[in-house]
Design a protein around this ligand. Structure first.
Ligand code: SF4
Ligand code: ZN
Ligand code: ZN
Length: 322
């Protein structure tokens, strides 16, 4: 079968959401063009400098590959975080990442939970277990990663920080926040980013319209050597996210293109809400100074550290009533 776009090469990929069969090159071009459109809306094309969070996983490699194909490498800082997860953060993986960024001419900077927070993720998880907290490792991981990415954006003077979240991740997050009724988080998820604190570097997700199977295929066809070892904590991923993922996959299987439609509809609704809303500056955490949610004295990260006994007990007085 020949490619539905160039009508020359042999098609090797069927894209259920578009109903087209594509050759390798047209598939790469299609993904890059969709990323470029999203990046344009998010302000990446006009930004002076952008920080790309790279874990070494397939999504982050696709992110750097796509973005560096339409903005100069000198405007990109790739940022890697070593969480401190036994068996997962491996030296040879970091070396592969360094070499790959070198081939693209992109500056790579690295940091770790241990050096920035004082504890590895494994240490945080162990302490929380000792205290009998029922908190998923991913809650620690996600919160501190966001904190470090934002700090790096400030440190390296970037206008934006971009992560490699794909369409599947984004729709899961929308559904979870809908189920929880978390309006303040929902409102931050649209395609046009909003700034709710002068201390937040605007976060964008250029791959938010690319299916996860597409980033996997892209990485595979490019021959990337990406982080294939799964994080050992994946089995403890929050159950709601796992349930939502199964639900949206069965919907997508029955009606290809459903995830894209959900996201596009959500973006429309979110635009309307934002045009009528005014956003007040988020309060600051009284311990670390980072922005926190409305009505809170401290941020979620500091709360987690206090509850797991890793921050001085004198801070107990800041804990919200539970
Ligand atoms: Fe972090 Fe959870 Fe992902 Fe592991 S599975 S890297 S703990 S978010
Ligand atoms: Zn083609
Ligand atoms: Zn804090």
């Amino acid at each position: 079968m020949t490619c539905d776009v160039c009508h020359k090469n042999e098609a090797i990929i069927f894209q259920p959401h578009s109903g087209r069969s594509l050759c390798k090159d047209c598939f790469f071009n299609d993904v890059k063009e969709r990323v470029r459109k999203e990046a344009e809306k998010q302000g990446i094309l006009n930004s002076r400098k952008v920080l790309l969070a790279v874990s070494g996983g397939k999504d982050s490699l696709v992110l750097v590959d796509a973005i560096s194909s339409f903005i100069s490498a000198s405007r990109i800082v790739a940022f890697n975080i070593v969480e401190g997860i036994g068996g997962y953060n491996r030296a040879e993986q970091a070396e592969k990442l360094r070499k790959y960024m070198e081939t693209l001419g992109v500056q790579l900077v690295s940091t770790s939970f241990k050096s920035e927070v004082g504890y590895t993720l494994d240490e945080m998880v162990r302490s929380s277990e000792v205290k009998g907290m029922n908190v998923s490792p991913c809650t620690f991981c996600g919160g501190f990663r966001r904190k470090l990415i934002n700090s790096a954006g400030i440190l390296y003077g970037t206008d934006l920080v971009a992560t490699g979240h794909n369409l599947d991740d984004e729709v899961q997050t929308i559904m979870i926040n809908l189920i929880r009724g978390d309006l303040s988080r929902l409102i931050r998820l649209g395609d046009v980013p909003i700034k709710v604190s002068g201390k937040f570097v605007t976060r964008v997700k250029p791959l938010r319209k690319i299916y996860e199977w597409e980033t996997t295929m892209y990485a595979y066809l490019k021959g990337y050597s990406f982080q294939e070892v799964e994080c050992p904590h994946i089995v403890n991923k929050p159950t709601l996210r796992a349930k939502v993922r199964d639900l949206i996959y069965s919907l997508e299987e029955e009606r290809p293109g459903s995830l894209l439609k959900i996201l596009e509809q959500f973006d429309e609704i979110s635009k309307k809400i934002k045009s009528n809303a005014s956003f007040t500056e988020l309060p600051r955490c009284e311990i670390c100074g980072d922005p926190t949610s409305y009505g809170r004295r401290i941020c979620k990260n500091c709360e987690l550290l206090i509850r797991s006994g890793l921050l001085s007990q004198e801070y107990q007085k800041y804990l919200p009533m539970s």
